[in-house]
Design a protein around this ligand. Structure first.
Ligand code: TA6
Length: 299
């Protein structure tokens, strides 16, 4: 059981940083900055939601729960220390193991410009079978002008290792059939639905069926244009040369079984800042890498 009063004492909870028990089944940190709020579960260092003036900007399954050994459907799953299926063992969890367990709060500060929360997670002996390396991950969540996440990896071992990862963000949309993703025109992509075949994007991305693609190259400035909601989400990334765009559509939504309704696919779209596909980070002993994503709303 997490010592919420202890966390409040240690980090000086204020009206802008609050440690709470979530009805989803685990401890969360509520960050408040002006009209914005973010809720971060210690489980998976998982951003559950982000609101601005009461408007929900991320999608979270209505049946999402915090359960040891499981990921949470929606919000911003942290995929680390591998993206997608395990390279050699299909029995290992997709998207790594850190989204399935509690992280430690190591810092929480509030200033005039922002409120900042940092959580950490280190690999242990039990992880060696799945990932025979030593590393520490730190996620810093900054709520200021917008929402920014920085996922730092520190190689604490004696050998270099390959790292793939993603901030697997589920954005809320008014109607998936009426939104467009721009900023990826001319980029190569790997189409998961066609054996990761390599193609080239022409123009903006529209949605009329399941779509699951790893875009490669300069993916540092992406926009999710939602005219019905009168909202454009700007997604800026650093430390990344790949971005994943995914909507499960009807059949995969049914197969997933935790989306909350058959129509849930129409209200969400994943645009993931990543190091995935060809974009593999090789980290030398003692080295650090930061994967950064920042989100801002333009009307
Ligand atoms: O990032 C896209 C993707 O790899 C899809 O193929 C789909 O599997 C999605 O992630 C969700 O994965 P999860 O393990 O969270 O169900």
């Amino acid at each position: 059981m997490t010592d919420l009063p202890g966390l409040s004492t240690r980090f000086g909870a204020t009206d802008r940083i609050a440690f709470e028990a979530s009805p989803l089944g685990g401890p969360v940190v509520r960050l408040t900055h002006g009209p914005q709020q973010v809720l971060v579960a210690l489980h998976g260092a998982h951003v559950l939601n982000w609101t601005a003036g009461g408007e929900g900007l991320l999608w979270l399954s209505p049946v999402a729960r915090i359960k040891a050994g499981k990921g949470i459907r929606g919000g911003i799953p942290v995929c680390w220390p591998w993206f997608g299926d395990h390279a050699t063992d299909a029995s290992k969890p997709a998207h790594g193991f850190v989204r399935q367990r509690a992280w430690e709060v190591i810092a929480a500060t509030a200033s005039v410009d922002a409120v900042v929360l940092t959580l950490a997670q280190a690999t242990g002996a039990a992880d060696r079978a799945a990932w025979p390396h030593q590393a520490e991950a730190r996620l810093t969540v900054t709520l200021g002008a917008g929402l920014a996440l920085a996922l730092e990896t520190h190689n604490t071992g004696q050998a270099l290792f390959p790292l793939t990862q993603a901030l697997h963000t589920y954005f809320r949309v008014s109607d998936i059939a009426k939104v467009q993703v721009t900023g990826l025109d001319g980029r190569a992509y790997l189409d998961k639905l066609e054996g990761f075949g390599r193609k080239v994007q022409a123009g903006g991305i529209g949605f009329e069926r399941e779509l699951d693609r790893i875009y490669l190259g300069d993916t540092s400035a992406i926009e999710l244009v939602d005219r019905s909601a009168k909202r454009t989400m700007r997604i800026a990334s650093t430390g990344s040369r790949s971005a994943v765009v995914w909507n499960p559509w009807i059949e995969k939504t049914a197969r997933l079984g935790d989306m909350g309704s058959a129509q849930a696919y129409a209200q969400m779209l994943c645009i993931e800042t990543a190091n995935a596909g060809d974009d593999v980070v090789t980290l030398a002993p003692g080295a650090r890498h930061v994967l950064g994503a920042s989100y801002s709303v333009v009307r």
